[in-house]
Design a protein around this ligand. Structure first.
Ligand SMILES: *Cc1c(COP(=O)(O)O)cnc(C)c1O
Length: 395
């Protein structure tokens, strides 16, 4: 058996290319400062943007649900696992989204790999942004539809592909709302305009926009005032909502179809009751505390301004995601290690997650970071900058 030797060779190859990944261990709650591998550091990479995963009301709701319902769902939702807490959560998501109905999956990844193949089948065409999240890419791969990739946020390219699509039965355009590694926002009004003109469905992944963008935290759709349009809103409860679970919000018929066709919904166990209760409570807190969103955005401005003054130019400063492009996988990993030496954890994102040569730190800010946290982070950036000849990018 040479199983071990080829696996070792694969890992060596990843290592030499600066692409091998290792797990770090978080030994505290996921707040703005965490104990990482035994050492306290400032986290600039959390998706828990509003700090809701440690909010007292959210914790209380989860703890109560454990007392009443126990720890597990006991089955898939179509069999024994459809805990009544789903009803409240789905009604709440539908309301926030201005949609008729919503369906909760066990994660955002499962929502995408289930919904996309249910919506687009053989004879159909999927048009997908070049920088869409891996779960969208995998959803397209699992679908029997043909997939064409349009250049990132390139409306002319999308229009061209739609103009050539008459032979397909149905068309589905799918895009991240906020791009997870670039932090910029999809041109949803233009996409929706094209969809109407070429009779295509639109699905937007609100993973990084739900709870963040829009007057009430509804996401990209609300940000652009596109509520009540025919847009399928997918998202996750694992980022600004601070828990776990994916969702799709849209028309009642759409939800009926997903219950019957989305394999990741049908063949996977329902979420634990505590997770459902926590998500409902977190959405309530998110909606009733606009102050959290204001703090998030003032923290973004503070960090982005200080970084720019220190000579670090982020790819985008539109959202809570501030990508600092560093180039090769090795340079990126090295800069991230130096920052960590100076007490700041910002995840190094390397290919294949992002295109070759665009390795980056994916810096993200939380509403709960204090001014002192952000100042300490800037000091660490400056110190790491000086230790190394590594140049910040101006692209
Ligand atoms: C994180 C993420 C997902 C997956 O959501 P999970 O709940 O973590 O499985 C899907 N799409 C995008 C854009 C994401 O960033």
């Amino acid at each position: 058996m040479d199983g071990e030797s080829w696996i070792g060779a694969e890992l060596d190859r990843l290592h030499r290319a600066g692409r091998r990944r290792f797990l770090r261990t978080v030994m505290s709650a996921p707040t703005g400062r965490v104990v990482l591998d035994g050492r306290e550091v400032i986290t600039l990479g959390s998706n828990n943007y509003l700090g809701l995963s440690t909010h007292p009301k959210v914790i209380e709701a989860a703890a109560n649900a454990v007392q009443v319902y126990g720890t597990g769902a006991s089955g898939s939702r179509l069999l024994t696992g459809n805990c009544q807490l789903y009803t409240n959560l789905e009604a709440k998501i539908a309301e926030v989204k201005g949609a008729e109905a919503a369906l909760v999956f066990s994660s955002g990844y499962l929502a995408n790999i289930g919904a996309i193949p249910a919506l687009a089948r053989d004879e159909d065409l999927i048009l997908s942004d070049a920088l869409n999240h891996a779960s969208i890419i995998d959803g397209c791969r699992l679908s029997k539809a043909k997939t064409q990739i349009y250049r990132h946020r390139d409306i002319d390219h999308l229009k061209f592909l739609l103009s050539q699509s008459a032979t397909f039965r149905r068309r589905l355009i799918v895009t991240d709302g906020v791009f997870s590694m670039d932090g910029n926002i999809a041109p949803l009004p233009e996409i929706y305009g094209l969809a109407e003109r070429f009779n295509a469905m639109v699905m937007v992944d609100e993973a990084h926009s739900f709870g963040v963008l829009g007057k009430t935290g509804g996401g990209t759709v609300e940000h652009f005032g596109l509520e009540n349009r025919d847009i399928i809103q997918m998202g996750t409860l694992s980022k600004a909502i601070g828990g776990l679970g994916g969702y799709v919000a849209g028309g009642r018929m759409l939800i009926g179809l997903l219950i019957n066709r989305a394999r990741s919904f049908i063949f996977s166990t329902g979420l634990p009751p505590a997770t459902l209760a926590a998500a409902s409570a977190a959405i309530d807190v998110m909606r009733s505390t606009p102050e959290l969103r204001r703090r998030l955005f003032s923290n973004i401005r503070q960090l982005a301004t200080a970084m720019s003054e220190a000579g670090f130019r982020c790819l985008s400063t539109e959202t809570q995601i501030l990508p600092l492009i560093l180039g090769s996988a090795k340079t990126t990993a090295k800069f991230a290690d130096m920052l960590l030496d100076h007490g700041v954890y910002a995840p190094a994102i390397r290919p294949p997650t992002v295109p070759e040569g665009t390795g980056r730190l994916r810096i993200s800010v939380m509403a709960t970071h204090t001014t002192a946290d952000l100042n300490a982070a800037i000091d660490a950036f400056n110190a790491a900058h000086l230790t190394d000849s590594c140049q910040s990018s101006s692209s």
